[in-house]
Design a protein around this ligand. Structure first.
Ligand SMILES: Cc1cc2nc3c(=O)[nH]c(=O)nc-3n(C[C@H](O)[C@H](O)[C@H](O)COP(=O)(O)OP(=O)(O)OC[C@H]3O[C@@H](n4cnc5c(N)ncnc54)[C@H](O)[C@@H]3O)c2cc1C
Length: 449
């Protein structure tokens, strides 16, 4: 199922058809990869994307460009770190807006006020705490008890200089300007390191020899050296669109039941029902769903995980600015330039073992649950599981047969009736109804040949 953003014609890019060498290889053509490619465009760099530009998590985002990210500055729980993160977000917004203007990118960029609000009396103190923190950063939040769409709330404040845009119009036009350096349908299935060089092998049997690799692939498919399943859990939410001609603004609450609001032209976009992906909720009434990596300290992972191997991920559902922060930091670390924020996002920083254990527990829970339940609670008797295969019969009677184990870590897949996708309940891999990969970490299709 297409998202609102996928309703445009994207430029097509070439596919790799020979072995090549370069200084820097970026793996992944989402907003992280394309922003990073833009920053590095004067170097000997190429970007490979296994499907098409922007087709991953970015196409499923609500695409607010804001530094008001729920109560993140309270959650970071360290004022200096929170202030640094705030500064980075402000810089990211400025960088993105300047770039859109400089490159004349037509991507429905719109300046809107961002609101943080609560409809629960018991959360008023919590929201006031976030407001106070922002005031210490010299913001001037404006307090109200009503949102511009006339929704009454218990407490809200708004900030200026935040934006919304169309993420795929942005990626499409920016990628086109960098087209010489981009390869689509080029899937990296193995990376080997030898003699200070990386050898990256594609599924169509070519090798890219490179000095540095940037993993902009959202969720790396290999465990070592990053141990991703330990270092983040996945938060899933549901996006609904409907026609609405209200004055445009952007808002998000801090209550247990998430409600995030933005507009694009005459469409209202809401995000609701967020939950840990591993503890599935039976939700059907929505336009599309998405998930992102939540890190234990609410800060992204950006930087070296090994010699000349760089990662950028873990944006805690704020990757529009997070990816720009990543691109600016990567540009500096690649050029050996100082950047005072490198330590803040260092992917090798450690966090409490208790938080890591929770991530292991939740994916084990869904691994075992997926084996026991096999979709039963979701979709009655459809699909049917036979040994290692699953058969889904669609409304017109056509059978879709796939392997029912996720190639990543062998969890049993669930069929998502609303979006007509096979979804992994453990680490979020997604496949089309006929088994092609949509979202990683799984890197192989589940098609039955
Ligand atoms: C419900 C929801 C709403 C959100 N709304 C917002 C918002 O309003 N504002 C905001 O700032 N953020 C938002 N986010 C977060 C944001 O969407 C993500 O953080 C961001 O899009 C991540 O971008 P990415 O480039 O890292 O990943 P992706 O867009 O997934 O890009 C990774 C790319 O790598 C490719 N790839 C993977 N493996 C390989 C391989 N082996 N070889 C080649 N290519 C590969 C994939 O195909 C993919 O295209 C939201 C997230 C969710 C869950």
């Amino acid at each position: 199922m297409k998202t609102l953003w996928q309703d445009i014609n994207m430029h097509k890019h070439k596919t790799l058809d020979k072995d090549i060498n370069c200084d820097i290889l970026i793996i992944g053509g989402g907003i992280t990869g394309i922003n990073t490619l833009y920053e590095l465009k004067n170097k000997d760099v190429i970007l490979v994307e296994k499907n098409t530009i922007g087709g991953g998590i970015t196409a499923r985002s609500s695409a607010k460009i804001t530094f008001l990210q729920e109560n993140i500055y309270s959650k970071i729980n360290n004022l200096d770190k929170a202030e640094s993160y705030y500064e980075c977000n402000k810089l990211a917004i400025k960088t993105l807006v300047n770039r859109i203007n400089k490159e004349h990118i037509n991507c429905d960029l719109e300046k809107v006020k961002s609101y943080l609000y609560t409809t629960k009396i018991e959360n008023i103190e919590k929201i006031k705490k976030e407001q106070k923190i922002l005031e210490t950063f010299k913001e001037s939040p404006q307090v109200s008890n009503i949102l511009p769409n006339k929704m009454l709330v218990n407490y809200a404040f708004s900030v200026d200089n935040t934006y919304v845009f169309h993420p795929l119009k942005y990626l499409n036009e920016l990628a086109y300007k960098l087209k010489d350096k981009i390869y689509e349908h080029t899937n990296i299935i193995n990376i080997k390191n030898d003699d200070n060089l990386y050898y990256c092998y594609t599924s169509n049997n070519y090798v890219i020899k490179t000095k540095k690799v940037i993993l902009a692939m959202f969720y790396p498919y290999f465990l070592i050296p990053f141990l991703m399943p330990f270092k983040g859990n996945l938060e899933k939410s549901y996006i609904t669109i409907k026609k609405d001609k209200n004055k445009h603004f952007s808002a998000i609450n801090i209550d247990d039941e998430l409600l995030s609001i933005r507009y694009n032209k005459d469409t209202l976009i809401t995000v609701t029902n967020s939950h840990n992906l591993c503890f599935n909720k039976n939700i059907h009434d929505y336009s599309w769903s998405n998930h992102d990596i939540i890190t234990p300290d609410y800060l992204p992972y950006i930087g070296f995980i090994k010699n000349n191997l760089i990662i950028a991920t873990g944006y805690n559902t704020w990757g529009m600015t997070g990816s720009v922060i990543a691109s600016l930091i990567i540009k500096d670390i690649i050029s050996n330039k100082e950047n005072k924020y490198i330590a803040l996002f260092d992917p090798k920083r450690s966090k409490s073992i208790i938080k890591y254990s929770y991530n292991i527990f939740s994916s084990m829970y869904s691994l075992i649950g997926s084996k026991l339940n096999k979709n039963k609670e979701y979709y009655n008797n459809n699909p049917i599981f036979i040994k290692d295969k699953a058969i889904y019969v669609d409304k017109s009677g056509v059978k879709h047969i796939v392997y029912n184990k996720c190639p990543h870590m062998k969890c049993t897949l669930l069929f998502n009736e609303t979006e007509q996708t096979w979804d992994c309940p453990c680490h979020g891999s997604r496949f089309t109804i006929d088994g092609d990969t949509l979202v990683g970490p799984a890197n192989y299709s589940i098609r039955v040949k």
